[in-house]
Design a protein around this ligand. Structure first.
Ligand code: PGA
Length: 239
């Protein structure tokens, strides 16, 4: 049974005052069952690890390589992420799939490597606007989930993020009924009970409605997580 809701901050740029962000977000967590995961750029992981100590927040990265070690100049492995204090890693984000040509098979290999190193993968799945408009979104997203999961019997060791591509960074979100329908379709595929979060233009105006949905175990927040006050408001909008 999942009690705490997840609030995953996916920083796509540096927040200069990291200690201030952590202080303000920690205050919002007081008295709430909120599981906060901060996922800054790689260059900020070790500084973040130091300021997160004793805050109850977890540290995540935004990608890792599918191999533990090897000749992969410029890549970062799951093992390296563990060594810098990460417990989580975002995998299969649609920006990586589009810009780095990551296939479902590559994402599955990364999920397997992350699990082997004790990291919790935050597996992103979601449809394009074209697929949404064709009426095939649920079929496509559930197929993507199955293709990216090394073993569905391990599905309680990961977090799934449903992120419609057309909602990321656009200010558009699906209707609450569409989120519920997609989450129900995803949950039907799960053998155990992976937490299922929603991501894509979550902000202070829509967070309460999204977080109130019975199928929503939390949110993955990009743009609005950069501002501590906005992210704190989103945490306070939780159940
Ligand atoms: P957004 O980003 O909240 O800015 O839409 C979401 C994401 O990073 O996936």
């Amino acid at each position: 049974m999942i009690t705490a809701q997840y609030f995953i901050a996916n920083w796509k740029m540096n927040v200069p005052a990291l200690p201030v962000w952590v202080r303000d977000v920690s205050q919002a967590m007081l008295g709430r069952e909120a599981q906060v995961v901060l996922c800054p750029p790689f260059t900020r992981l070790s500084a973040a690890q130091m300021v997160l100590t004793d805050t109850g927040m977890a540290l995540g990265a935004q990608d890792c390589h599918a191999q533990e070690n090897g000749a992969y100049t410029g890549d970062v492995s799951a093992l390296m992420l563990r060594q810098v204090g990460c417990t989580h890693v975002i995998l299969g984000h649609s920006e990586r799939r589009a810009q780095h040509h990551e296939t479902d098979a590559m994402v599955r290999a990364k999920v397997a490597c992350a699990l082997a190193h004790g990291l919790t993968p935050i597996l992103c799945i979601g449809e394009s606007l074209e697929v949404r408009e064709s009426g095939d979104a649920e079929k496509m997203v559930t197929q993507q989930l199955l293709a990216c999961m090394p073993d569905m019997d391990d599905d309680d060791e990961i977090i799934i993020a449903y992120e419609p591509i057309w909602a990321i960074g656009t200010g558009k979100t699906p209707g609450c009924d569409e989120i519920e329908a997609m989450h129900a379709a995803i949950k039907k595929q799960l053998h155990k009970r992976a937490p299922l979060v929603y991501g894509g233009s979550v902000n202070i105006g829509n967070a309460a409605d999204i977080l109130a949905l019975p199928s929503v175990d939390g949110v993955l927040v990009g743009g609005a997580s950069l501002d501590a006050a906005q992210f704190a408001t989103i945490i306070n909008a939780g159940k």
